[in-house]
Design a protein around this ligand. Structure first.
Ligand code: ADP
Ligand code: MG
Length: 638
């Protein structure tokens, strides 16, 4: 007798549940996706005890006929696929037919459903995978799924659940973000007696963002899209990609990726390729270990993306991955370049703000403190580099180290979670007048009109402008100017060079020497004329103009070190940007340097010409503005 046997369905379902149903939020995700697939326009989620005691989702979708309601709990029973060909272009969120049997095998589940095609509705009860009841029921059209006592028969899994608040925070984050992806539908989320989210249908994503996060967030975001680009395949077909959404201005700098939400054809995913494209768009705009807030919707032909990669359907694979990567990077970067947002000075600290008008950065920080890593729930990214120390208190968003703070949902009345209801009294209304203007960029376009008045500390230029008082960091401003100049020279192969009277001999470490061999050509293109000179030594004959003798060696060391640590896998453009950043940083005017009027005028004029005058290549802000409005407020005139 052989040893192998086919597992009974009940066991197979529990194994599948291990992958599909990790925690209460994964149940909510599967059920939400089912409701959306069923064409629902009104989805209500009720939770008790963080989802352990109860999860109930009520929708007004197609409902199921009686036979389907019973079949839905069979393994791999789905209405969304019929042949293997369908797998090549999946247009629904679900397709594996695994969710209902998996959830049913680890909970007490009741399905109540009524299809408009049948006179009566159906109620099915399942407990730990066994069907207990199936009967007629008078029900409105649509479906109600009630899940009680999740993991009651899987104690091991139950033990791993985090606190009620943590689980709830995951659920809230999930519902919120699905609501952002579907502004034309209503969503509600209730935890026991408290209503955490209620949004009614609106016609634009902008209005939905307003409903969910309030007005202040819009000031920190750049909205864009849809940007489109077509790819011609070798078969002569045109594949259209479109990207729309919101990305934060560079002064929003987060120390983790939790605020990045990526949707591909309406599906919330975690994807390394898209994440990389997004962070590349911010390369040289925010510090390397920081991340933006992003809500991005990428839409493409279903055949262009394989969603059948992971049981929780949170990973995808693109057929033309480098095209998609570059499209997303360029679209986001282009938009950031275009908007040129300026950092405002913080308001004087004595002005306490009501919780309902917290600036987005604080608001999201609070969310992050309480709503732990959503990515954990799906596919965690490997940990990034450790956060940098806090350097610019007003522009860095630092999260407390260690595990997220505990909080009691019912005790914290406002702004601890994304829920609309808590933050905005009227979440039903249209976008009020004035909101649109708040989203208009505070632009650095007016830099050209600034009148430099003098320096503070021989380091910061004070300038009067039409719209307030400006303070410009002379070093980083010059750094940005030189950085863009060097990049342009790279592109045109016309680096400005200075010959050294005596070649400079420089010793390299083993790693640096290997990097040198790899990038020598790019160094030459930047203006460093070098040649190998014996064992791990190079001779430098010429260097980019502007670099002092002491800086040349330092710049080369730095470039080789950066190339060694982070650039092996990245593109030539990234390498060039890093070389340009090193050269610019070394050649720029230092702080503590007195400047005469002419030099200040020159700096501001050149800065105004920059493509991206808001941040230095390391991501630090260049200019702060104290707007006329802030000044009036400060003097209590408004
Ligand atoms: P999948 O979504 O991958 O098809 P599920 O196990 O999640 O698998 O659901 C099985 C089937 O049950 C679906 O294909 C669909 O036909 C039906 N179904 C599930 N939820 C709903 C719902 N809320 N409304 C209508 N039909 C549903
Ligand atoms: Mg499903």
């Amino acid at each position: 007798m052989g040893k192998i046997k086919v597992l009974p369905d009940a066991v197979a379902n529990q194994i599948a549940a291990g992958e599909v149903v990790e925690r209460p939020a994964s149940v909510v995700k599967e059920l939400l996706e089912n409701s959306l697939d069923a064409g629902s326009t009104d989805i209500r989620v009720e939770i008790e005890a963080g989802g352990r005691r109860l999860i109930r989702i009520t929708d007004n979708g197609s409902g199921m006929m009686r036979d389907d309601a019973m079949l839905a709990f069979e393994r791999h029973a789905t209405s969304k696929l019929s042949s293997v060909h369908d797998l090549e272009s999946i247009g629904t969120l679900g397709f594996r037919g695994e969710a209902l049997p998996s959830i049913g095998s680890v909970s007490r589940l009741t399905l109540e459903t009524h299809s408009r095609d049948e006179s009566s509705g159906t109620r099915v009860e399942i407990s730990g995978g066994k069907m207990i009841k199936c009967e007629d029921a008078g029900l409105a059209a649509g479906t109600i799924l009630t899940i009680r006592d999740l993991f009651f028969n899987v104690p091991a899994r139950k033990k791993f659940l985090r606190s009620e608040q943590t689980e709830l925070a995951h659920i809230a984050s999930l519902v919120t973000h699905y609501s952002l992806a579907h502004p034309d539908k209503s969503f509600e989320l209730h935890h026991g007696p408290s209503e955490l989210l209620r949004v009614t249908p609106v016609s634009t994503a902008l209005e939905r963002v307003f409903q969910v996060f309030g007005n202040r967030i819009l000031e920190d975001l750049v909205e864009f899209g849809p940007e489109t680009k077509s790819l011609s395949t070798p078969e002569g077909e045109q594949k259209k990609f479109s990207l729309s959404g919101f990305v934060s201005k560079p002064h929003i700098q987060k120390l983790n990726r939790n605020s990045i939400y990526l949707f591909v054809n309406g599906r919330l995913i975690r994807d390394k390729l898209l994440l990389h494209a997004l962070t590349s768009a911010y390369h040289n705009l925010i510090p390397p270990a920081c991340y933006p807030f992003a809500l991005l919707f990428l839409d493409c032909d279903f055949g262009e993306v394989d969603v059948n990669v992971h049981p929780s359907k949170t990973e995808v694979r693109f057929r033309h991955s480098s095209f998609v990567h570059d499209f997303v990077r360029d679209a986001v970067r282009g938009k950031l370049m275009e908007s040129k947002p300026v950092s405002s000075l913080p308001l004087p600290s004595y002005q306490t703000q009501p919780a309902s008008s917290l600036p987005f950065s604080e608001f999201t920080q609070r969310i992050e403190n309480t709503a732990p890593d959503y990515s954990e729930m799906v596919v965690p990214f490997p940990d990034g580099p450790p956060p940098e120390p806090r350097t610019l208190p007003n522009f860095r968003l630092d999260l407390p180290a260690g595990p997220p703070q505990r909080f009691d949902f019912n005790d914290v009345p406002q702004a601890t979670m994304p829920p609309a209801r808590m933050r905005i009294p009227d979440t039903h209304g249209p976008l009020p007048p004035g909101v649109a203007s708040a989203t208009e960029m505070e632009s650095m376009g007016s830099l050209g009109d600034l009148r430099p008045i003098g320096q503070i500390h021989n380091s910061f230029i004070i300038a009067a402008g039409r719209d307030g008082l400006w303070i410009i960091d002379q070093h980083v401003a010059h750094e940005r100017i030189l950085f863009e100049q060097v990049l342009r020279q790279f592109a045109r192969r016309e680096a400005q060079q200075q010959r050294l009277l005596m070649p400079m001999v420089m010793e390299l470490s083993v790693g640096q020497h290997l990097e040198y061999a790899r990038i020598a050509e790019e160094l030459a293109r930047a203006g460093f004329e070098t040649e190998p000179f014996g064992n791990r030594t190079i001779a430098i004959q010429a260097a980019p103009t502007g670099l002092g003798p002491g800086d040349i060696e330092k710049a080369i060391h730095e470039i080789l070190d950066i190339a060694e640590t982070e650039l092996r896998k990245s593109s030539v453009e990234d390498l060039r940007r890093n070389i340009a950043a090193s050269v610019a940083c070394r050649a720029a005017i230092k702080i503590n340097t007195p400047l005469d009027q002419q030099k200040m005028d020159y700096l501001l004029l050149e800065l105004a010409k920059c493509e991206y005058p808001m941040a230095c290549p390391h991501g630090r802000p260049i200019a702060l503005r104290y707007s006329t409005r802030d000044i009036l407020k400060g003097f209590h005139r408004i």
